[in-house]
Write a protein that binds this ligand. Structure first.
Ligand code: SF4
Length: 153
């Protein structure tokens, strides 16, 4: 499993907790990903398989073990898919003493869609409420071209 890419805002939140040296150098697109450890796990996954930065974990981790696979702007619904490899590798996404945080996962999905609508609107020079923006946003999810690092969450 690839540890997540991460926005500058998310980096600062994690650094404020005293963590350093957790990012790879930017890739060819300027995107920075959280490092892997020797066993290939995420830098922040503890021996107990918990997330060391749970309260400030990246937005994409709040959504996991689900990923957004579709956004129906006509019905105003977001379709999530269970990401089985992530659920197996990173139990750190959930507090294991309680049921999956369904409301938090729903909020994370809504925030991601809103951010991507805003970015798409900016790219197209249109309002986020424009159907062409909503259609292109849906298409970005279907093509899986969304980079978390662009979102400034
Ligand atoms: S939730 Fe998992 S993938 Fe995300 S930062 Fe924490 S340990 Fe890493």
């Amino acid at each position: 499993m690839q540890p997540p890419d991460i926005s500058k805002t998310e980096q600062k939140r994690i650094q404020a907790r005293g963590f350093k040296g957790f990012l790879n150098d930017p890739d060819e697109n300027g995107v920075q990903w959280i490092k892997r450890k020797e066993d290939n796990a995420c830098f922040f996954l503890t021996k107990e398989k918990k997330c060391a930065i749970y309260p400030v974990r990246p937005q994409v981790c709040r959504l996991e073990p689900f990923t957004i696979v579709d956004y129906d702007y006509k019905k105003n619904t977001i379709e999530l898919e269970f990401n089985f490899p992530f659920a197996e590798c990173c139990i750190g996404t959930c507090d294991q003493k309680v049921d999956p945080p369904v409301q938090e996962i729903g909020r994370a999905a809504q925030i991601l869609v809103q951010k991507i609508l805003a970015i798409t609107a900016n790219d197209l020079g249109l309002l986020a409420t424009d159907e062409r923006v909503q259609s292109e946003t849906r298409s970005r999810f279907l093509r899986r071209v969304v980079e978390m690092a662009d979102l400034q969450l």
